[in-house]
Design a protein around this ligand. Structure first.
Ligand SMILES: CC(C)(COP(=O)(O)OP(=O)(O)OC[C@H]1O[C@@H](n2cnc3c(N)ncnc32)[C@H](O)[C@@H]1OP(=O)(O)O)[C@@H](O)C(=O)NCCC(=O)NCCS
Length: 202
């Protein structure tokens, strides 16, 4: 499957407001930002840094999403709504990560070193959350809306509040419709997991 088709399918799975692939292709500014970022990242890594920066700023103007061209982003990354997202130069994002508007993956240091977060596969980051510093957000964890995360988050955790406090995601065993419904409601951001894995974490 082509990366664009894959992204469109993923966006439709995660956005209940998405009606069809064509409409999503036209209006999903989170996807536009990610598609252009792939090109800007290539330019950045091939020493066309100024062109990459200018391109990234143009995308910011167009979408309200600022992704530094140096940031490393995996497959099926979906930003819903998008406006106000900032992703720093040394941020690393795995596969199947989802985030909402107003998220910052920012730095806490002015050193020219790795200073932005690493977000592992399957993480969901709620609207307005600030994740700052060279910390690691473990696989499948969920960052609540408006949380401020300044320390590592283990895999399968939920982080909420300022500064964020951590709790393990609950595990639901069994794939009964009731369990799935509960898991889907509880993880809305992690819906895929709920529908594909009978051992669901919320
Ligand atoms: C963090 C989150 C994943 C928790 O979802 P959940 O597992 O279903 O948890 P619940 O809704 O059952 O809430 C559990 C507790 O955490 C609290 N809580 C939930 N989200 C919170 C948040 N973002 N910050 C602080 N506390 C939060 C609830 O009030 C509840 O507290 P209580 O036990 O004292 O009643 C979810 O609330 C969230 O923030 N998701 C992001 C959604 C988002 O950004 N949507 C944008 C759409 S445009």
């Amino acid at each position: 499957m082509s990366p664009i088709r894959e992204d469109l399918r993923n966006a439709q799975a995660h956005d209940p407001a998405a009606r069809n692939a064509f409409e999503t292709f036209l209006v999903a500014s989170g996807l536009h930002a990610v598609w252009w970022h792939r090109w800007h990242h290539w330019l950045w890594n091939h020493r066309f840094k100024l062109v990459a920066r200018v391109g990234s700023q143009m995308m910011r103007f167009w979408t309200g999403i600022e992704i530094h061209p140096g940031a490393t982003i995996g497959r099926r990354f979906f930003i819903d709504h998008g406006m106000g997202v900032v992703i720093g130069e040394t941020a690393e994002i795995g596969d199947d990560v989802m985030m909402y508007h107003g998220v910052t993956l920012g730095g806490r240091s002015l050193q020219h070193t790795k200073r932005h977060p690493t977000v592992r596969d399957g993480v969901t980051i709620g609207a307005g959350a600030k994740v700052i510093g060279p910390i690691v957000i473990g696989e499948r964890s969920v960052i609540g809306a408006n949380a401020v995360v300044v320390k590592d988050v283990p895999a399968d955790s939920v982080a909420v509040g300022i500064p964020a406090t951590l709790t393990p995601r609950k595990k639901i065993t069994g794939s009964s419709p009731a369990a799935r419904k509960k898991a889907t409601r509880a993880t809305d951001p992690g819906v895929d997991v709920a529908w594909t894995d009978p051992a669901v974490f919320i």
